[in-house]
Design a protein around this ligand. Structure first.
Ligand SMILES: C[S@@+](CC[C@H](N)C(=O)[O-])C[C@H]1O[C@@H](n2cnc3c(N)ncnc32)[C@H](O)[C@@H]1O
Length: 390
């Protein structure tokens, strides 16, 4: 059994045992689901909850008396892969934000020049352009946004690079034809279904070198994740989209304004839920879709009217905002206490998803490495899966 397969077994066992900690919908809870944690969690005021939630090590240590295995599982750390020797910027990169540029340079530092490159879901093809400039191999960038393809083609023309765009849908069956054995296929921050297709097409074509940095695990076809590897299917965690979102719920440290808006949003979503329960008698939580932040700048009654329309509910003549907001406030703290526990599984669940992808490639005859390609400060989505086949 490979080291990755051993780690996957350990992690699967832990995530099955602890599913009651992370596989739940905090908004739907009416009380704390863990009697043994009740007094410790209830003793935390909101400021302390926020401080702990932003500091993973401190939070894991806080829960260690009750959850020693969860702390121990964080001992599985991925190696640091190669980093760029410098982050100097060519003229064409001036529009790229600094942190994005560092990600691109660090990703490129891990790519060899043995084979022609296929860049999957390329945007303007910054990564492909950098590789075309550095190496001797031709680069093909697949992207479906015609405007981005045009801008990328234009830059490649100005720099006289062997870099071309395929303006096509990565999810169409036809996209499989782009994969070849003698090729280096790359995907930097390709979302769920896009990177799952990338892996399947590469494996089917026997593409010799792969490099993938996944993101947005929840953006898949269907409501449930179907593990890629045989090991994953045996240890299936039955992940729905809500669980697949967990690895992306990084604490946003966006300053006071962001924090205040998050506070209002959570309260208003819950206050609307109180209202819908009054209107429909439905005791289950009714989620609202994502909405623009400007809706949070008016008063709650306006927001509630908008939300009723979204959910095709009759808009009440009068809305008792004060009462609804008071009830929401109590639920808000409950949600935050539950999230404080649930967030301790973000890394472990992401690792499980990465290992499922890694084991799939091992099963397909690849030698696989998994590590971090860039600093945490540049992006939380900093894992790189590399696979090679002779
Ligand atoms: C998160 S961006 C990553 C872009 C680039 N790889 C980077 O890291 O800068 C994802 C890209 O995938 C493209 N995309 C999304 N769905 C696609 C599809 N079905 N076919 C092709 N490209 C797609 C988007 O237009 C976007 O440019």
């Amino acid at each position: 059994m490979s080291i990755l397969a051993e780690q996957f077994q350990q992690l699967s066992a832990l995530l099955h045992r602890t599913s009651g900690d992370w596989q739940l919908a905090p908004f739907a809870c009416t009380s704390l689901p863990w009697p043994e944690l009740e007094s410790a969690l209830m003793a935390l005021d909101e400021a302390r909850i926020d401080t702990l939630d932003e500091d993973d090590s401190a939070a894991l240590a806080f829960f260690a008396p009750w959850r020693p295995e969860t702390l121990a599982a964080h001992g599985i750390q991925l190696p640091e892969l190669k980093r760029a020797a410098d982050y100097s910027t060519p003229r064409w990169s001036s529009g790229i934000p600094g942190r994005k540029w560092m990600q691109i340079k660090d990703f490129a530092a891990n790519i060899g020049a043995e084979y022609p490159v296929l860049e999957w879901c390329a945007g303007k093809g910054h990564l492909g352009r950098l590789l075309a400039q550095q190496g001797t191999q031709p680069v093909t960038s697949l992207e479906w946004n015609a405007d981005l393809c045009r801008q990328g083609e234009q830059l490649a023309g100005q720099l006289t690079l062997d870099h071309h765009f395929e303006c096509a849908d990565a999810l169409s069956a036809d996209a499989a034809r782009l994969f070849r054995p003698a090729q280096q296929a790359l995907a930097l921050h390709a979302c769920g279904e896009l990177h799952l297709r990338f892996l399947r097409h590469s494996a089917a074509a026997g593409t010799r070198r792969l490099a993938l940095s996944p993101c947005c695990y929840h953006l898949i076809d269907g409501e449930h994740y179907r593990p890629l590897s045989a090991a994953g299917r045996q240890q299936d965690l039955q992940l729905d989209r809500q669980s697949l979102r967990l690895p992306l719920q990084q604490q946003v440290t966006g300053g006071e304004r962001v924090r205040r808006l998050r506070h209002i949003e959570l309260t208003w979503r819950l206050a609307f839920d109180e209202l819908q329960q009054q209107l429909t008698g439905n005791p289950g939580y009714l989620p609202l879709p994502a909405f623009p932040k400007r809706l949070l700048s008016g008063d709650f009654a306006d927001f509630a009217r908008w939300a009723c329309e979204q959910k095709s509910l009759p808009v009440p003549n009068s809305i008792d905002s004060e009462h609804l907001l008071q009830r929401a406030e109590r639920r808000r703290l409950l949600v935050k206490r539950i999230e404080l526990v649930r967030h301790r599984y973000r890394y472990l669940l992401e690792l499980w998803l990465l290992l499922d992808r890694a084991l799939y490639l091992e099963e397909q005859g690849y030698t696989v490495t998994l590590g971090t390609f860039t600093a945490r400060l540049n992006t939380p989505r900093r894992y790189l899966l590399q696979a090679s086949k002779t």
